[in-house]
Design a protein around this ligand. Structure first.
Ligand SMILES: [Zn+2]
Length: 174
């Protein structure tokens, strides 16, 4: 009976009551963080809207505060915080935006695990610069996910070790 996963208005009402107590709403322009469970994949907030249907909290926030999400569109974050449900930080994007969004934040594993990947000289420079700017998306772990190389590789880059002459490829596993 949940196959269609549509929000009946009746379900909506009680779901909204369950939604707000789980949101840490501080500054109106800041991130409103989801304080309950999150999906393993993506780290988005989980909301049970009844009848055993679990939805992404940020998508739910978008639907109740802004409007419907047209078919084929995705609710993306401007703020890079998957737990955030502040409607001002959400935007509708295409699947491409959504993938780019996820890849940018290191939440999408592109390609197979343990596959050798190459980093260009340019990417190595980018990693060096990023790691100096203090931001959650610039942590060594986040960078390793984003550039699909292991932490060891990121550490070597940060320490300025040249891993390959010419710098064309630097092999590592995710
Ligand atoms: Zn936010």
């Amino acid at each position: 009976m949940n196959a269609k996963r549509k929000y009946a208005p009746r379900v909506y009402g009680s779901a909204i009551e369950r939604f707000w107590p789980k949101v840490n709403r501080g500054d109106p322009s800041g991130c409103w963080l989801w304080t309950a469970g999150v999906f393993k994949m993506g780290g988005y907030g989980q909301l049970n809207i009844g009848n055993g249907v679990i939805v992404r909290a940020h998508v739910f926030a978008y639907k109740i505060l802004i409007g419907q999400v047209q078919k084929g569109m995705f609710v993306c974050h401007k703020c890079d915080v998957p737990r955030c449900v502040n409607p001002e930080h959400l935007f509708l994007g295409t699947q491409r935006d959504n993938m780019r969004d996820a890849a940018k934040k290191g939440r999408l594993i592109v390609g197979k695990q343990n596959k050798s990947v190459g980093l260009s000289e340019e990417e190595i420079e980018k990693i060096k610069n990023r790691v100096q700017r203090c931001h959650p998306t610039n942590s060594m772990r986040a960078l390793s996910r984003e550039f699909r190389v292991n932490l060891w590789t990121i550490r070597q880059i940060v320490r300025g070790k040249k891993l390959c002459s010419g710098g064309k490829y630097l092999y590592a596993t995710y």
